[in-house]
Design a protein around this ligand. Structure first.
Ligand code: SF4
Ligand code: FES
Length: 245
C-alpha cells in the first residue's frame, strides 16, 4: 500500500507546530499503525531528519501508552481498538491519513504526538487506592462478592488510562476515566471505607487539573478502546451526591 501521511510536528511545548506531509510506500497491510510509523521513522533517521515522536510500550492494547488522533478520531477508525492494535489493512491504498496528538488543555503537547498525561496520575493519587491492610493473599471466597458486582468492577478495571476519552470529549472532560477508577474500587467490599472520600478527592483532582465537566455527549465511550460504559459516570454522580450529604 502507498499512503500519504499528514503528521503534526511540534519540536516542543512552546513551538507553534504544523502538519507535515510524508509519502510512505510499500506499507504492508499486516503492519500495525505504529509499525508503519516505525518504518517512516527509520527512513527519516537515515535521511538525517528528526523521527516522529510518539508514545508506546506494550503494543498489545494493555498499557495505555499509545494514542493519537487518526483522521480526527481518537485511536482511529476501528472501534474498541488501541492505536497499537490498529492495522494498515483497515485503510485503503492511496489513502491520505491525518495524524495528530490528543488535543486537550489538560494534556499539553510535549513533542509531535506525545502529550503530558500526568494530570491522570494526579487523579489516581487522589483516591485510586484502599487503606485496608491486605497481608497475604486471602482464601478464595473469604470475602464473598456478588457476581454482578465482581463483573462490573472488573469491567471498570479494564480502563488502561490512555486518555482517548478526554481527547474525544468536546469539553475535554476526564469523567469516564475518573468514573472507571472510582467505580472499580467502589463496587468491591475492600473499597467501601474510603468510598465517600475517594469520590470527593478524585473529582477535586479532576477539576483542579483543568479537565472540563461532563455534559453526557457520549463521545468518550464511543472511542474508548476498552468499552468503558457511560453508566459508570451515572454511578460516579450518584456516589458524589451521596458523599456530599
Ligand atoms: S476510559 Fe477508556 S478511553 Fe478513557 S482512559 Fe480509560 S481506557 Fe482510555
Ligand atoms: S502501546 Fe500499550 S496500549 Fe498501545
Amino acid at each position: 500500500m502507498d499512503i500519504k501521511l499528514r503528521v503534526w510536528r511540534q519540536t516542543g511545548p512552546s513551538d507553534k507546530g504544523k502538519m507535515v506531509s510524508y509519502e510512505v510506500k510499500d506499507v504492508s497491510p499486516d503492519a500495525s499503525f505504529l509499525e508503519m510509523l516505525d518504518v517512516l521513522n527509520e527512513r527519516l533517521i537515515l535521511e538525517g531528519d528528526e523521527p516522529i515522536a510518539f508514545d508506546h510500550d506494550c503494543r498489545e492494547g494493555i498499557c495505555g501508552m499509545c494514542g493519537m488522533m487518526i483522521n480526527g478520531v481518537a485511536h482511529g477508525p476501528l472501534k474498541a481498538t488501541t492505536t497499537c492494535q490498529l492495522h494498515m489493512r483497515h485503510f485503503k491504498d492511496g489513502d491520505t491519513i491525518d495524524v495528530e496528538p490528543w488535543r486537550s488543555a489538560a494534556f499539553p503537547v510535549v513533542r509531535d504526538l506525545v502529550v503530558d498525561r500526568r494530570a491522570f496520575d494526579g487523579i489516581i493519587q487522589a483516591g485510586g487506592y484502599i487503606t485496608a491492610p491486605t497481608g497475604a493473599a486471602p482464601d478464595a471466597h473469604a470475602m464473598p462478592v456478588p457476581k454482578a458486582d465482581a463483573d462490573a468492577a472488573f469491567e471498570a478495571a479494564t480502563c488502561i488510562g490512555c486518555g482517548a476519552c478526554v481527547a474525544a470529549c468536546p469539553n475535554g472532560s476526564a469523567m469516564l476515566f475518573t468514573a472507571a477508577k472510582v467505580g472499580h474500587l467502589g463496587l468491591l467490599p475492600q473499597g467501601q471505607p474510603e468510598r465517600d472520600s475517594r469520590v470527593l478527592s478524585m473529582i477535586e483532582a479532576h477539576d483542579e487539573a483543568g479537565f472540563g465537566g461532563c455534559t453526557n455527549a457520549g463521545e468518550c465511550t464511543t472511542v474508548c478502546p476498552k468499552g468503558i460504559p457511560l453508566t459508570l459516570i451515572g454511578r460516579l454522580n450518584s456516589d458524589y451526591r451521596k458523599a456530599l450529604r
